[in-house]
Design a protein around this ligand. Structure first.
Ligand code: SF4
Ligand code: SF4
Length: 79
């Protein structure tokens, strides 16, 4: 599986949580944002995006972000 460097641009984040839904669905088969390996916290005008140590760098969360808050760049390909 390819690995990606994920860059977060918090100024573009809407707090939609599509990234967390995509990640949790992929790894737990449930749409459950709190268990995702990406954590988005929006508080007023402030936003933080972090990744847990379980993140596999698969890039799926970036694929689900429609707002340019997550950009992925290929790091290494295992294929
Ligand atoms: S890169 Fe993959 S494992 Fe890491 S937070 Fe995004 S979807 Fe989850
Ligand atoms: S990073 Fe993208 S997908 Fe995730 S909450 Fe922000 S805007 Fe939505």
């Amino acid at each position: 599986m390819a690995k990606y460097e994920i860059q977060a641009y918090t100024e573009n984040c809407t707090g939609c949580l599509r990234c967390q839904l995509g990640c949790s669905n992929l790894y737990t088969k449930a749409f459950n944002p709190p268990v995702a390996y990406i954590r988005v916290n929006v508080s007023g005008a402030n936003c933080s995006i972090t990744f847990t140590e379980d993140c596999t760098e698969c890039g799926v969360c970036a694929d689900h972000c429609f707002y340019g808050a997550l950009q992925k760049e290929l790091k290494e390909s295992m294929t």
